[in-house]
Write a protein that binds this ligand. Structure first.
Ligand SMILES: Nc1ncnc2c1ncn2[C@@H]1O[C@H](COP(=O)(O)OP(=O)(O)OP(=O)(O)O)[C@@H](O)[C@H]1O
Ligand SMILES: [Mg+2]
Length: 276
């Protein structure tokens, strides 16, 4: 706005007035700016407080979800422990009843030949019990993996070397290790992986009563290390495929398999952040 010039005003008072007006305008502009800034700051502050409140609610919810998850994991473990306890009781009860029966028969007979026969049967049933208990001990020991960097190629070779003598009892069964040209480095508990591998090699050998070759190799896929074990047996029937990881599921004759090998191996790999 240009101020109207009054009569008799000199150019110099004119300029002073103009300046005064400009200063006044500037001041009022600055006041307006300040008010705007203050209201902006207040608004921002309100937003900050509201966001902080939201964050608190979210953090709270996050903590509740986490503790709920922990409860679920625990409940899950307990329920599978319950299931396992049921199967264990069943698995131990049968040989115990048999042992009791044979002991009673021994007490009643004077025939030494029969006594020997019963004693043999008792020995066999006790062996079955011991087998189950040894594998159960493996279950209970596996909690804390001691992870270190290893080349899976070495683990395969060492395990096969360790099993060489044991495998001679399977007639016509050969083992071929196909060593990968590249190292397959993984962070694992060596004992855990060897234990699982022993179970898989045993299954492979047992699956070939007429003999054949077990092929074992290590490699990398999508950044993950793996071990592959193949055999030339009859394979696994579709109907039982879903059940093979159940503790105590076995198709082997009574006293030959505990049915714990695969469930134990899977657990071993899972505690090492792997899978079977
Ligand atoms: N390589 C294989 N070929 C064919 N069937 C297999 C093979 N590996 C496992 N299975 C099937 O899966 C079942 C479960 O295997 P798992 O190793 O858990 O127990 P098991 O071998 O029967 O007994 P254990 O391992 O305690 O001696 C076996 O009884 C068998 O029927
Ligand atoms: Mg087995």
């Amino acid at each position: 706005m240009t101020p109207r010039k009054k009569k008799g005003e000199t150019p110099s008072t004119d300029r002073t007035r103009d300046l005064e007006i400009a200063l006044e305008e500037e001041k009022s502009l600055s006041r307006a700016r300040n008010t705007l800034l203050e209201s902006n700051i207040k608004e921002l502050n309100d937003v900050y407080v509201a966001l902080n409140d939201k964050l608190k609610v979210l953090r709270n919810r996050d903590e509740r979800i986490k503790s709920f998850e922990a409860q679920l994991v625990r409940a899950n473990k307990l329920s599978s422990l319950g299931e396992l306890a049921g199967s264990i009781a069943h698995e131990i009860k049968n040989p115990l009843i048999a042992i009791q029966g044979f002991a009673k028969r021994i007490a009643k007979t004077r025939d030494l030949e029969k006594v020997r026969g019963y004693a043999e049967l008792i020995d066999k049933e006790a062996g079955r019990l011991a087998n189950v208990l040894v594998k159960l001990l493996d279950f209970s020991r596996m909690d804390e993996p001691r992870r270190e960097e290893f080349d899976l190629n070495d683990i395969v070779e060492d395990t096969v070397l360790f099993m060489e003598h044991h495998l001679t009892r399977f007639k016509g069964v050969n083992v071929e290790v196909l060593r990968n040209s590249e190292p397959v480095m993984v962070s694992i508990d060596r004992i855990h992986i060897q234990q699982a591998l022993v179970n898989l090699i045993n299954n492979a050998a047992q699956a070939m009563p007429k003999g054949g070759t077990i092929r074992i190799s290590a490699g990398t896929e999508d950044g993950f290390g793996f071990i592959s074990v193949t055999d030339e047996g009859g394979g696994i029937d579709e109907e039982i495929m879903e059940r093979i990881f159940e503790p105590f599921f076995t198709t082997k004759p009574k006293g030959e398999g505990t049915g714990l090998g695969l469930s134990l191996s899977r657990k071993l790999l899972e505690t090492n952040k792997g899978s079977l």
